[in-house]
Design a protein around this ligand. Structure first.
Ligand code: ADP
Ligand code: ZN
Length: 286
């Protein structure tokens, strides 16, 4: 029986997992993200003990996943120290000598959700330390010369948020600058997980996330939009986002069932990324 590898490469940890053809996790290990060399060494050690036929990596970014590029397989200009401009794919592929698929973390999550929802036209946004988006259309990732950068789209300001500059180092008040987890802390001095549900910030956040869904709806016309990431752990957020989306859309496009259209991930702890990676690894062999 073939086994498949998943690497969720994050800024704080690399989650390595081995799965079977039914996408069941056989074994897994959390490797802390330390130096580039040390982390790769530990990843390679895990998969030399736990052998697989192919691997998919879903990585924090930005990354170069354009096969025609000289820098294919690289993590590009990330603020994460020591990880800018490093080759993630080649040292793993060379050491393990198996096919490796390379994509963004949010693409992996979207791919898993496609499978779990039996829906091959969907969008996945993660609202966490950063904001990322993935579009799957007719079962394929959308992207041209590079992966999508939907987290940095422009949004209009909430009336209660006029004085806030935003936290994106590149654009200040783009979506990520205004609605990521760190933006909540920058406004209030308190981490999102410690703020009560009656704070004004939640409605401000929801207003921005709803705009991202509004834009994606008009540009892509997906069947569903999944919202993952730490900020969505607030159980009142989904309802707030739907309410703002409804107001923004103003019946221009009819969405038959809003509860089926805007959802949180089907499984917890970002497991959709692991399943997505198993499927992407499996696809490399077909
Ligand atoms: P990452 O994006 O780093 O992979 P997360 O998706 O967990 O990880 O996002 C982390 C961000 O989400 C942090 O800014 C954190 O403060 C925020 N966050 C985590 N949990 C919650 C919560 N329950 N409510 C609101 N914000 C949260
Ligand atoms: Zn930005």
């Amino acid at each position: 029986m073939n086994l498949f590898g998943s690497i969720e490469a994050g800024g704080t940890k690399f989650l390595c997992a081995v799965g079977n053809e039914k996408n069941q996790i056989i074994t897994s290990e959390v490797i802390p993200t330390t130096t580039y060399e040390q982390t790769i060494k530990q990843v390679n050690h895990f998969f030399s003990v736990n052998k697989v036929s192919s691997i998919a990596i879903g990585s924090f970014g930005p990354i170069d996943n354009n096969k025609n590029s000289d820098k294919y397989g690289y993590i590009l200009n990330t603020p994460k120290q020591g990880w800018s401009n490093v080759d993630l794919v080649f040292p793993i592929q060379k050491e393990l000598d198996i096919p490796v698929f390379f994509t963004t973390d949010v693409n992996s999550s979207a791919y898993g959700e496609m499978h779990l929802n039996s829906c091959d036209n969907l969008i996945y946004y993660t609202i966490g330390t950063g904001i990322g988006g993935s579009v799957i259309q007719n079962g394929q990732f959308v992207g041209g010369v590079g992966h999508l950068e939907m987290g940095h789209q422009m949004v209009k300001k909430h009336p209660l948020d006029q004085d806030f500059n935003g936290v994106c180092p590149f654009h200040h008040d783009c979506l990520e600058g205004l609605a990521s987890g760190p933006s909540i802390e920058a406004r209030t001095g308190i981490k999102g997980e410690n703020i009560t549900s009656d704070s004004y910030v939640w409605d401000v956040q929801a207003f921005y996330i709803a705009q991202a869904i509004f834009n994606a709806t008009l540009i892509i016309r997906p069947k569903m939009i999944i919202l993952g990431g730490g900020v969505m752990y607030q159980d009142h957020m989904l309802g707030r986002v739907k309410a703002h989306f409804k107001l923004l859309m103003n019946n221009y496009i009819t969405i038959e069932n809003l509860d089926e259209y805007i959802k949180t991930p089907s499984i917890e702890n970002n497991c959709s990324a692991t399943i997505g990676n198993f499927l992407l690894a499996q696809k490399l062999l077909s």
